[in-house]
Design a protein around this ligand. Structure first.
Ligand code: CA
Length: 223
């Protein structure tokens, strides 16, 4: 899962980026509204954290532009605590949720998890596909109750496929959601990660759809 942070407070931006990376996300950062708008307009993010008070272009304008261009990515707004009018303007502009400053990073992480889950149609923090369970809260996965030891790339791959279970996901899409913008991307590595993941899981869950990509075809369950 790939997140964009648009926040001009360098320390806060860095603090959020570190916490998100630790939780298994890939993170891009922008420090003004213009740069943030450009990235959100051109890169496929799974969620965006957007500050309202930004240089060059304010957050509400950035959001209105994205929504006006048909970008449906979930957006979490960062608002000043006592500015209720900002929250109203933000929600009217198409924000999915907001957090008032100052906040605990844990709260932002929880809201981001929920936004990504809901965007993919999952209500619970645990996504189940047959014997495999993905706990989005702890960024851990199990097979038949046994913990899977995954590298960060393997976890991101599994998490993306599980969030999109039942859908065919192309290699390009996986690359775009597993690496940040500065990474030297190579879609051939995806095949290697899929191979390792299959081996570690020991169950036949990831299906190769020839010429199209991969799919986790899960048995129907409530999740
Ligand atoms: Ca600011």
């Amino acid at each position: 899962m790939r997140i964009l942070i648009v926040e001009d407070d360098i320390n806060l931006n860095r603090q959020l980026a570190e916490a998100l990376k630790e939780a298994g996300y890939v993170v891009d950062t922008a420090f003004d509204g213009e740069e943030g708008h450009f990235l959100g307009d051109t890169e496929p993010y799974d969620a965006i954290i957007l500050d309202i008070g930004l240089p060059e272009m304010d957050g509400i304008t950035v959001l209105e532009k994205w929504r006006g261009a048909g970008r449906t990515v979930p957006v979490l707004l960062l608002t000043a605590r006592d500015r209720w009018s900002d929250k109203v303007a933000g929600i009217d502009a198409g924000a999915d949720d907001y957090v008032a400053k100052p906040f605990h990073v844990e709260e932002v992480l929880a809201r981001i998890r929920a936004l990504i889950r809901r965007a993919a149609g999952h209500a619970s923090s645990e996504i189940v596909c047959g014997p495999v369970r993905l706990d989005t809260k702890s960024s851990k996965a199990t097979v038949d109750g046994k913990p899977l030891k995954l590298t960060s790339h393997e976890y991101r791959l599994l998490a993306y496929l599980m969030h999109h279970k039942g859908e065919v996901v192309s290699r390009t899409e996986l690359v775009e959601h597993m690496y940040d913008q500065d990474f030297d991307r190579d879609s051939n590595t995806i095949e290697v990660f899929v191979g390792r993941l299959r081996k570690k899981m020991g169950v036949d869950l990831i299906e190769t759809v020839r010429g199209l990509g991969y799919r986790i075809q899960a048995p129907t369950n409530a999740n």
